[in-house]
Design a protein around this ligand. Sequence first.
Ligand code: MGP
Length: 384
Amino acid sequence: MDCDGSHADLDDFVRLYVAHAILRASTSVGQRPLLASDLQPGLVVAVPRRSQRCLEWLHGPEGAPLRGRAPQLIGEVGVAGACVLVVTETSLVHYTKKARKPLSGCANAEPAESTAGTAPEQAYRRQDVDEKYWKRRYNFFSRFDEGVRMDPAAWFEVTPESIARHIADRMPYDRVVDGTCGVGGNAIQFAMTSRHVIAVDTDAQRLRDAEHNAKIYGVRERIDFVCDDFAKFAASYVGPAIDAVFLSPPWGGPSHLDSEHFSLKDVGCPDIVHLFAAAAAVAKRVVLYLPRHQDLHEIALLARRHGFAAVEVEKVFFQHPTRHLKLVMVHFTPEAVMANRSALTTQKSVGPPQRRRDPEQLAWGSGTNLLDPVPLAGLSLMHI
Ligand code: MGP
């Protein structure tokens, strides 16, 4: 299988192995959400069933799932195609505490203007910030005390530095776009491993905060900040090829955990499906940062809609205070079909950034092609 985004061989594989699963799924009654917490590392074939209304929402009223084929409708319910989910687990042991001294590898770090935000409206009063998040401030930014700027949403939205580092380690490409930059937690780490980062956000103030934070980390010059809606940015993009797009959209705040599962439809603005479509149109790799209780059937639908026959669902765990699933990352990449048998479960220690990392050292190990499959570890609806 080549990695040019065409999944013809894998399509055959999927058809061969799951045709009867689709048949059985189409006749089974109802379907529970498919949650990462129910899945062990390995291969899972997701065969989602959805109502016509839901399929239209995901695919548009004309409906074009499965590359031009209409969903098989059984009454009002359609089987919208199968997708291989390569389930991996990463356990992060993170030592992102207060950084002790300036980064040794970032001699060009520009002095940030001052401490904790400088402008009076940016200065934090500890009592204004939820205690739970305040305690985690060095987890969010190990250099917090050097003047890192946050805003009210950033306290619950920003990607903790250890996770942002891990994501960047996995995406050491020439040109990476962070389509939902916020105050820069991810963009800064991408700039440590990629040659060029484009950080997009609709909020000009958040971008200014991100730029300020990037100066603290000494990576300002490797990031272009663009104030725009990501979908518009992607539609009009004319620059050099983008290797990967990272999207960490809003999930609706901390209350997203109140519901049993998270649907991409739970957030009206921005429309996550729309953002994803824009990203998939401009890059062959898209990585989505999603809540731990995301319904993965929707991910299967999205993948099939955009021609990805396989995606990697990475369950990210924190080890402290007890091991718990923090979130899921979904890698829609041609490399997702390359399952490295020995790396489905990874434990990784992540400390504060020392220096810009060498992209050559970071390429994610490629492994066994799914066309030489390992025994299937599980299935959303039934074992095959
Ligand atoms: P969480 O799911 O709200 O759990 O956030 P919490 O309370 O940190 O869980 P605990 O059990 O570990 O205490 C987990 C991580 O998800 C956060 O650190 C953020 O990086 C990210 N996150 C949380 N929210 C609410 C959002 C969001 O709305 N958008 C994005 N992009 N990320 C979020």
